[in-house]
Design a protein around this ligand. Structure first.
Ligand SMILES: Cc1cc2nc3c(=O)[nH]c(=O)nc-3n(C[C@H](O)[C@H](O)[C@H](O)COP(=O)(O)OP(=O)(O)OC[C@H]3O[C@@H](n4cnc5c(N)ncnc54)[C@H](O)[C@@H]3O)c2cc1C
Ligand code: SF4
Length: 343
């Protein structure tokens, strides 16, 4: 049986109290939201905090709302402690950002989604077949760069860690151009999720030790003169539980005649950051999202720049071959879900 190492545990009763604790303990503290990833990682000895700060009682970090800047548009504001179960079935999420509901539904299995939160998913640690193992297993190989060792088992002679971003909702939130509200005792800041991740598998987030993620904001869809669509597709070993071997999110707008006028495609589970595929809007413009020939061209484009590594379970060459298949599925999932509707 795997045992937890000793640590102090505190459950702050307000966000300010949590921020005070983070300011005091910094890198010696570990935040825990639903705990579905923190707990196994603690047991594997990947984290050795002096203090664990539980966010479960912070009701002010929960909930889904539309915040209106004017009569027409509304930003979807989701508290970081909102569970994935709530998100996948919430009428405002389904209406405003159907692809996000799909991505939340694709995370793990029902039990993890009951506990797991959007904040925990956005801030999920990167994964690698050589690191998500017991201490005993890792020790037998001399550990690795990410924790306790000096070599990488994925890239021979590699000087940096290439563990992969494996969080389903991050791919979709990048496609939707979401922003994150980050708080510390020093104040609050807003960052585009596309700028939040950095190419460092050891810690892939631009988050200071005294900061926490408070809210995720998805911009208003287009309701006049056209429509906004979003869809998610995931390659995994089984239809439930498993992390992505490939994660693909598509978001696009159409004009009044139903032709695509803007499109974004993001591929993840290949490197430490989700990857925005360039040139997709230009290729897609004027086309139809259910035109299989167009989707094949978009898939080919994504495949050209997608080079999976052996850091994730599953043959890397096969995962690359699957890129066009899952690009097509993401666009078709968006069409099947229907356009975002005003709420
Ligand atoms: C069997 C199994 C299968 C899984 N499959 C998937 C999968 O398919 N896809 C997937 O994406 N995930 C998967 N997961 C991982 C996990 O369940 C989800 O990613 C979940 O969303 C994590 O949320 P949480 O609230 O439990 O996070 P926690 O485990 O509590 O935290 C995760 C990380 O985020 C940090 N954190 C949490 N909240 C905040 C915050 N507000 N501000 C700053 N940092 C914060 C924590 O410090 C920690 O580093 C799986 C887990 C298990 C056990
Ligand atoms: S990519 Fe290399 S350094 Fe990073 S976790 Fe895997 S084996 Fe370790």
């Amino acid at each position: 049986m795997l045992r937890l190492q000793p640590f102090d545990f505190v459950k702050p009763q307000s966000v300010d109290e949590a921020l005070g604790l983070l300011a005091k303990h910094g890198r010696n503290a570990k935040l825990i939201a639903g705990g579905t990833d923190v707990m196994p990682n603690l047991k594997h000895g990947l984290y050795q905090p002096e203090i664990v700060i539980g966010l479960a009682d912070l009701a002010e970090l929960r909930g889904v709302a539309i915040e209106r800047d004017n009569q027409e548009d509304g930003t979807l504001a989701i508290g970081a402690m909102t569970t994935l179960e709530e998100i996948e079935s919430h009428p405002l999420v389904i209406a405003h950002a159907p692809g996000l509901a799909q991505a939340a539904h694709a995370v793990a299995g029902p039990t993890q989604r009951t506990m797991g939160t959007l904040g925990g998913n956005v801030c999920l640690d990167t994964r690698c077949v050589w690191i998500n193992q017991t201490h005993f297993w890792r020790k037998s190989l001399g550990f690795c760069l990410k924790k306790d060792g000096t070599a990488c088992h994925v890239v021979e002679g590699g000087k940096s860690c290439v563990a992969a971003a494996s969080n389903d909702t991050a791919t979709m939130l990048c496609a939707l151009d979401a922003t994150l509200v980050i708080r510390s005792a020093r104040g609050a800041r807003t960052v585009a999720i596309r700028d939040f991740y950095k190419p460092d598998g050891i810690f892939n987030q631009r988050l200071e030790p005294d900061e926490l993620l408070a809210q995720v904001r998805v911009p208003a869809p287009r309701f006049t003169g056209g429509a906004t669509w979003s869809g998610y597709a995931k390659l995994r070993a089984r239809a439930s539980i498993d992390f992505p071997k490939l994660s693909v999110a598509a978001a696009f707008t159409t004009d009044a005649a139903g032709a695509i006028d803007d499109a974004t495609l993001v591929v993840s589970a290949i490197a430490a950051t989700p990857r925005l595929i360039s040139g997709i809007a230009e290729l897609a413009r004027g086309g139809r999202a259910d035109d299989l020939a167009l989707l094949a061209r978009l898939g080919e484009r994504a495949q050209k720049v997608t080079v999976p590594l052996t850091n994730i379970d599953g043959d890397a060459a096969w995962r690359r071959q699957m890129v066009p298949v899952f690009v097509k599925r993401a666009f078709l999932a968006a069409k099947a879900a229907g356009a975002a509707t005003a709420v």
